[in-house]
Design a protein around this ligand. Structure first.
Ligand code: AMP
Length: 348
């Protein structure tokens, strides 16, 4: 039991895989006085030498991420608390990650609700959010985006305008979803839910913070207009693609902040009802339409790479505490929970 393991811990080591958002996780942990451990393949990544404040105190070098499970005893010996990020879960595989008997920040149960598209919809619709319509092939009457299940970073998604276009292109050997293409501006909102912090934007239990907002930069969709209209380009065989290559910082019209907090609140409250809560960082991936309505097309239930923009704070985090990154916020939560003897509420 993770709870029993936690009782034996004296000084946690903040541990993650060297990728994704690991630099800010290590930097934030160090600022809060934790030891840090980076898991990497073959040899320590050289670029960490260039960023001394974000380099972990020690590396655990493996040949394959699948060996993490076999390193369990060594991780427990070091009082490791694992911080999951998107690459961590992807490299290990969601099922193996769920079974890993090493204390992990956040609620592992969220994985089953996030990785199954139907359950994700149940959660977000139950929270009262507006989601893009999902259409069957014979219902397609507007621009749609076709998404393969489990596709990484939007790779191989495509836009279509009618059934014929979909049938001509879709790979029917893969599972896919046809979603209404929502036109508007994208905002990826970085939330943090603490079940133990009491002062702040209060929920039925704990508090909710917004630490930042970004927009993913996707190639080539974000610049394709420079070459001509999508219709013209399609005729010469150039299609938009959605591969994430980076992130841009954003702020929202201040008048939209009440909606942003309401959405986050509803998502957390529904998660508390369904599976004990989405603990720590999560991100709603939204499109704000010209009617100023947010359509939510995805949730990421852990630290997202867009938070890498805000290592020394953001236009939102600065109103909570100067210099607060999401990585540092995680370390603070572990510290606070540890001091209150409530680690088991934020670590599973
Ligand atoms: P996802 O893997 O679901 O995050 O989607 C990858 C990218 O496709 C997003 O970052 C958006 O740019 C775009 N996208 C996804 N769903 C929609 C939608 N329903 N309408 C418009 N664009 C979308």
């Amino acid at each position: 039991m993770i709870e029993d393991i936690l009782k034996r811990y004296t000084e946690p080591t903040v541990t993650t895989v060297c990728s994704h958002s690991s630099l800010q996780i290590f930097d934030g942990a160090r600022k809060e006085g934790f030891k840090t451990l980076g898991i990497a393949l073959k040899k320590p990544p050289k670029f960490y030498d260039a960023f001394p404040r974000a380099k972990p105190d020690e590396f655990m070098i493996l040949d394959d991420y699948l060996e993490i499970e076999a390193q369990k005893d060594e991780l427990l010996r070091q009082d490791a608390i694992v911080i999951p990020h998107g690459s961590f879960v992807e490299y290990m595989g969601a099922d193996r990650f769920r079974e890993l008997q090493v204390p992990t920040f956040g609620n592992r149960r969220v994985l089953e609700w996030e990785s199954d598209r139907n359950k994700e919809r149940t959660w977000l619709e139950g929270a009262g959010l507006v989601l893009p319509a999902e259409l069957d092939l014979d219902e397609v009457d507007r621009a749609v985006i076709v998404k393969y299940h489990g596709a990484k970073g939007g790779a191989s998604f495509f836009i279509a305008r009618n059934r014929e276009e979909i049938e001509a292109r879709v790979d029917k050997t893969q599972e896919f979803t046809i979603q209404e293409f929502v036109l508007g501006t994208r905002y990826y909102i970085h939330y943090f839910y603490s079940p133990i912090k009491e002062d702040g934007y209060a929920l039925s239990k704990g508090t909710l913070e917004v630490l930042g907002i970004d927009r993913r930069v996707e190639s080539n969709i974000d610049e394709i207009y420079r070459l001509g209209s999508i219709n013209e380009l399609a005729r010469v065989g150039i299609d938009p693609s959605f591969v994430v290559t980076g992130n841009l910082p954003l702020v929202l019209r201040e008048s939209l902040l009440p909606k942003v907090f309401e959405m986050g609140e509803q998502v957390v409250e529904e998660s508390l009802r369904l599976f004990g809560g989405v603990i720590g960082p999560f991100c709603l991936e939204t499109i704000c339409t010209p009617d100023l309505e947010f359509v939510v097309f995805e949730i990421s239930a852990r630290i997202v790479a867009g938070t890498n923009l805000f290592i020394s704070g953001s236009p939102y985090a600065d109103f909570i505490e100067p210099g607060l990154s999401t990585g540092r916020r995680i370390a603070k939560e572990i510290r606070a929970a540890s001091e209150l003897g409530r680690l088991a509420e934020v670590i599973t």
